[in-house]
Design a protein around this ligand. Structure first.
Ligand SMILES: [Zn+2]
Length: 426
């Protein structure tokens, strides 16, 4: 909600010139630094949650934060409030929001082979931030979309057995908001990333190593790198450029050894469960393609490989539900919520699936989801459903009115309006 208020302020015109920190040139700029920081801070949690929540693993979180701070600390904008978060998304990706809010996915993290490779990835993202690429992209195309989608949480609503089921394909539509960079901007970020990594003492070969891994993966498992390649195409060219840049560095820098142990140690437990997450990713892609039976098989296998991974249990719950195995789905959903209490999707799905069978438990899960990520439309919508099942008409009406405030034009807004009509309150 707050996004709307201050975005309105932004849109109403604080346009002016700002100096680009990397080029030193003045540029027309809709977002001043203050707004840039506010935008990043506002969007960070939605993006983290849309990427299936933070990885709850201290060594991993510490390593990502440490390496991120090292490269950011020698960058052109060392004093931004950088944050680096490893997220559960099993696809291979990393992205930066304006103001230095950066995520790297589980799928990418486990495929890196050294701290230097991690420094190259994070340095590249820091490069997008310091050169204000995202800000420029947001200026150009995204603000209008952002305005419409930030609180409109649901991509698709459909009817299952007479009651509303919401398939949460993307919670906030955040993927639509990710900046798409130009080839020149990617080149610049690669150069900046390498520069920062080297200045922070890392081996420049980390960058070559990472490009090689990504290129190979793109051939082997294209659906795993889809999103990354949507925003970072031309990977063969990037590898060639990395090799070229490496060759231009002084020999003693080129010969810096890759530091593997720290990364391998910190990510050991992640690597152990990676086969399960790879299955989960296959299942997730199949579910999106509506190949429900196959999706279920992959996700059941994922669960059997790593039964303690809460988010995998949640994804399995979704596949079970889609295959009309609703009792099993509910069981998995509650297992998921218990194992991943800080993941919005896990709490939401448990709340959603138990609306008709255990409205009290459902309300508990939904309240937890709201606390993790306030302001989405599905939470009050299912609260409304739960209150209806409990026969609490007035509270149901209040919840549906909240949906209308949060998502007046979306599917859920329409569904809430029709419930309000049915309850005789409009
Ligand atoms: Zn990039």
């Amino acid at each position: 909600m707050e996004v709307r208020v201050w975005l309105a302020v932004v849109l109403l015109g604080v346009a002016g010139c700002a100096t680009n920190p990397v080029t030193g040139k003045a540029e027309l700029d809709l977002l001043g630094e203050e707004q840039e920081l506010a935008l990043g801070a506002q969007l960070y949690q939605p993006f983290i949650q849309d990427s299936l929540g933070p990885i709850e693993d201290e060594p991993v979180a510490k390593l990502v934060e440490k390496v991120g701070r090292q490269v950011a600390g020698v960058s052109h904008r060392p004093r931004l409030p950088y944050q680096f978060t490893a997220v559960n998304d099993p696809a291979v990706n990393a992205f930066a929001l304006p103001g230095g809010k950066i995520c790297i996915t589980r799928g990418l993290l486990v495929r890196l082979e050294s701290e230097d490779g991690l420094a190259a990835v994070l340095g590249h993202e820091v490069g997008h931030v310091t050169a204000r690429h995202a800000v420029a992209a947001y200026n150009r195309q995204v603000l209008a979309t952002l305005f419409l989608t930030t609180s409109a949480a649901v991509l698709e609503a459909k009817e299952v057995k007479g009651r509303e089921l919401i398939w949460v394909g993307g919670l906030i539509g955040t993927q639509m908001l990710l900046a798409h960079y130009s080839r020149d901007q990617e080149r610049q970020s690669d150069t900046l990333g390498l520069q920062y990594a080297v200045a922070a003492g890392f081996s420049p070969r980390g960058m070559v190593e990472t490009q090689r891994i990504l290129l190979a993966l793109g051939k082997e498992k294209p659906t795993f790198v889809e999103r990354l390649f949507a925003s970072h195409p031309h990977s063969a060219e990037r590898l060639a450029t990395a090799e070229l840049l490496l060759a231009q560095l002084p020999p003693e820098v080129q010969e810096r050894p890759l530091r593997k142990e720290g990364l391998l140690q910190a990510t050991a437990s992640l690597r152990q469960v990676q086969p399960a997450w790879d299955e989960a990713q296959e299942g997730r892609v199949l579910l999106k393609q509506n190949r429900k039976g196959q999706a279920l098989a992959h996700l059941a296998k994922a669960r059997d490989l790593a039964p303690k991974e809460g988010v995998i249990r949640t994804l399995l719950a979704l596949a079970l539900w889609e295959n009309k195995k609703e009792n099993e789905a509910r069981e998995e959903a509650f297992a998921g919520a218990k194992l991943a209490p800080r993941v919005f999707l896990s709490r939401l799905i448990a709340g959603m699936m138990s609306v008709a069978t255990d409205a009290a438990a459902s309300l508990g899960e939904l309240a937890a989801a709201e606390e993790i990520l306030p302001g989405t439309a599905p939470v009050p919508f299912f609260q409304g459903q739960a209150f209806e099942h409990l026969g609490q008409r007035q509270r149901a009406v209040e919840a549906y009115r909240e949906v209308l405030r949060r998502d007046p034009k979306g599917e859920l807004g329409k569904a809430a309006a029709s419930r309000l009509q049915a309850l005789g309150s409009r």
